[in-house]
Design a protein around this ligand. Structure first.
Ligand SMILES: [Ca+2]
Ligand SMILES: [Ca+2]
Length: 497
């Protein structure tokens, strides 16, 4: 029973001590937010075409935004496998989509004893929770103490429009078969799986825990189909929509393997979108999906701020790769160019500076060691990425920073400040000088003045190129060709005009 004295003391100190009770544990919590296919158009980074994402900007004000972060693979499965194992795709052989439960197996020497990121925290006594798309599907069985799983596919889907759900299922609809579609659907946010994931997270942020927690939240949007309720489209009037830069004969200086990677038969081409007058509609839908995710992120931040965990929780928010909305002839991820590899990475919480942007090229592979260092855990000697903690407070640590992205076996790109170099499995190359050519339109690999820079970057590429993991079960091209033949998929199911 509260005595008069303790009541008096609490009155006296109410103005000087934090109003929120601190957890009894010493280590910070981790709130790990993965967003699918989110590119750098959000407002704290480029704000392209008047993107409306105030909650990303709010998170940016709370911490550090990396404006030149790159995935290690421009495809959901291998990108996430890299973040969660702390290893490069070239080390693990995980280049394609691998079942979450087959990432760590006795027959893969690189991953057979690997400790997944959430598991490392679990081993330190953290209470682990996860919902949504964190690994390729959700997470390996038994990884989280509490799991909210994931809704299969990327629905809900309107009955009258067939959208390939990523699993080769469904029936022919009036508009053909595809995985890329766009439009106002469903009627309310509460029908979106991401909304229900956030409900699950909000409920748990308001609980008390005896130990620190690691909570993973994986959003399905802005992955296609680009469906969100009408109100998110209304924020982006079609007259205000800009389209990103695209050069009609841009691909003429790309080596054959680069063209092959770029040309997935299931994705809409920019030429098609222009011909049918759909380009702005697709961009509008992508911006609408961003604003929806932004709103849901705001609900998470509100919940955290009003909880007892506000002052001792590290937030990390990242996307598994970029996304092209017409650049280099298509609407897709999978490529080794800037617009496909670059994605947001944001950090906030104890010991993270506020309202800071870091423009050095960095890797998503750094998430694992960075979280360990910020949480005061022992570094994991298997991590191939570097902790970003020194860079948070010391600008000199940005010097010489670079990021490597891999697509399939022995196709690599490296980004350093001002330049990008790509080398494909047959030795063909691309080189871009960003100071003169930010859109990567002119392949300068044969320009003599860049020879020393090209040699310098070539020497930094991985020397180990693990063979395709047996369960990394399809290469980029044959799989999609097979799906196209099997399902009759075509470019898009958007209404034909
Ligand atoms: Ca993705
Ligand atoms: Ca070109």
């Amino acid at each position: 029973m509260k005595t008069f004295f303790t009541f008096f003391v609490s009155l006296v100190f109410a103005g000087t001590i934090p109003l929120k009770a601190q957890n009894s544990h010493e280590r910070p919590n981790v709130l790990f937010i993965a967003i699918d296919d989110l590119n750098n158009w959000i407002t704290p980074i480029s704000g392209f075409s008047n993107a409306k994402t105030p909650n990303f900007a709010r998170l940016a004000a709370m911490g550090v935004t990396f404006t030149d972060a790159h995935c290690q693979a421009p495809l959901c499965g291998p990108s996430r496998a890299s973040v969660m194992t702390g290893l490069r795709p070239s080390t693990t052989g995980l280049y394609g989509m691998t079942d979450d439960n087959k990432l760590r197996r006795p027959d893969n020497p690189a991953t057979k004893e690997i400790i997944f990121l959430p598991e490392y925290f679990k081993n330190y006594g953290y209470h682990t929770m996860g919902i949504g798309k964190l690994f390729h599907e959700h997470a390996p069985d038994g990884l989280f103490d509490e799991t909210g799983s994931r809704v299969k596919g990327f629905g809900p889907l309107p009955k009258e429009r067939f959208v390939w759900d990523g699993y080769g299922e469904g029936t022919e609809g009036v508009h053909g078969k595809t995985s890329t579609d766009w439009g106002a659907f469903p009627e309310s946010d509460s029908l979106m799986p991401d909304h229900r994931s956030v409900d699950w997270v909000v409920e748990r942020l308001h609980k008390d825990y005896d130990t620190p927690f690691f909570m993973g939240l994986g959003f399905l949007r802005v992955h296609v189909p680009l469906y969100v309720p009408q109100k998110w489209f209304d924020l982006h009037p079609i007259d205000s929509i800009e389209t990103p830069p695209n050069l009609s004969d841009d691909l003429k200086d790309i080596p054959p393997i680069g063209l092959k990677i770029n040309d997935l038969p299931m994705m809409p081409s920019t030429e098609w979108a222009i011909e049918l007058g759909e380009w702005k509609n697709i961009v509008q839908a992508y911006l609408a999906c961003m604003s929806f995710v932004d709103y849901e992120l705001g609900r998470v931040l509100d919940a955290l701020e009003s909880s007892d965990h506000a002052d001792d929780t590290i937030i990390v928010l990242w996307s598994d790769h970029g996304y092209r909305l017409g650049e280099k002839g298509t609407f897709a991820k999978h490529a080794l160019w800037e617009t496909a590899t670059k994605a947001p990475l944001m950090l906030a919480g104890p010991n993270v500076p506020k309202n800071k942007k870091i423009k050095a090229p960095i890797e998503m592979l750094s998430i694992y060691p960075t979280l360990l260092e910020l949480s005061g855990l022992t570094p994991y000697d298997r991590n191939e990425g570097k902790s970003l903690v020194p860079m948070l407070v010391d600008e000199t640590k940005e010097e010489g920073s670079y990021a490597i992205t891999t697509f399939g076996m022995n196709n690599h790109a490296i980004k350093v400040e001002g330049y990008r170099y790509i080398r494909y499995e047959d030795g063909t190359e691309e080189f871009y000088d960003h100071s003169a050519d930010p859109n990567e339109w002119s392949n300068e690999v044969n320009t003599p003045e860049f020879k020393p820079k090209i040699e310098e970057l070539n020497a930094l590429l991985p020397t180990v190129n693990a063979k395709w993991d047996e369960y990394s079960n399809y290469t980029f091209q044959p799989y999609f060709v097979e799906q196209k033949e099997k399902t009759g998929m075509r470019t898009t199911s958007a209404p034909q005009k």
